[in-house]
Write a new protein. Structure first.
Length: 236
């Protein structure tokens, strides 16, 4: 859902950049959604800095954003750059990271990315943990394919948890333990938020590792034989 003056904030931000940048707005959980509701990855409540300075009352300055962190859910960019880049790719190898692949091409063409701190959008549609784990696994798998396409080893490093060899080897058992903890702490919103984010990061890493090892993709839901449930109704 669009926050107050969303389009105006993007237009103002583009004018400050002379219309030559990708501007990435903020995404937060809608205040009317129950805190423990699972939504798309990246929009759980986070301890992020306020968009305005407490002392000056002025908006925080725009900061550079790596193209892998461009959020297409709340993004503005010059139309001619998007048209010249050819839009999203339909290559099967990058399904799950089409936004990152497009952002990479735009970045290669000289388009910088900056934050738009006052451009706020809200997540409100509920999802399921099984669905989001599968989506993050697919994302991780595609990130490795993107590294190969761009001939850039280590490109996805900032998108993955920094686990050592032992922790990576124990990723499967660890994910099962965290999954059980998510059910155990369902009544604690803060603990559940932390456990959920950990589980989703692990799913992304597992997808990346499977792709790097040449394994066929097997999202978490398929591993356990589970089927992703339909979107549950919104919790208010």
């Amino acid at each position: 859902l669009a926050g107050p003056n969303l389009v105006e904030q993007h237009v103002t931000g583009q004018e400050r950049q002379d219309g030559g940048a990708a501007l990435v707005g903020r995404i937060k959980l809608h205040p009317r959604v129950a805190p423990a509701t699972t939504t798309k990855w990246g929009v759980w409540p986070q301890r992020e800095s306020e968009p305005a300075s407490r002392h000056s009352g002025q908006p925080a300055p725009a900061a550079p954003v790596h193209f892998l962190d461009w959020r297409t859910e709340n993004l503005s960019l010059p139309r001619d750059r998007l048209v010249d880049a050819g839009g999203f790719s339909e290559a099967a190898a990058i399904q799950g990271a089409e936004d990152a692949e497009l952002a990479g091409r735009l970045h290669d063409g000289g388009l910088p990315g900056f934050t738009a701190p006052t451009a706020l959008a809200y997540a409100w549609r509920a999802s399921t943990l099984t669905r989001e784990r599968a989506r993050q696994y697919t994302r991780g798998y595609a990130l490795h394919e993107l590294e190969l396409m761009r001939d850039h080893p280590g490109l996805a490093r900032t998108q993955l948890p920094s686990y050592g060899p032992l922790r990576r080897a124990l990723l499967g058992p660890s994910s099962r333990i965290v999954s059980c903890m998510c059910r155990l702490f369902a009544g604690s919103h803060e603990t559940l938020r932390r456990m959920t984010r950990m589980l989703l990061r692990q799913a992304r890493l597992q997808g990346y590792l499977d792709a790097r090892r040449g394994r066929s993709p097997r999202p978490p839901g398929e591993r356990s034989g589970q089927q992703a449930a339909p979107h549950p109704p919104l919790e208010l």
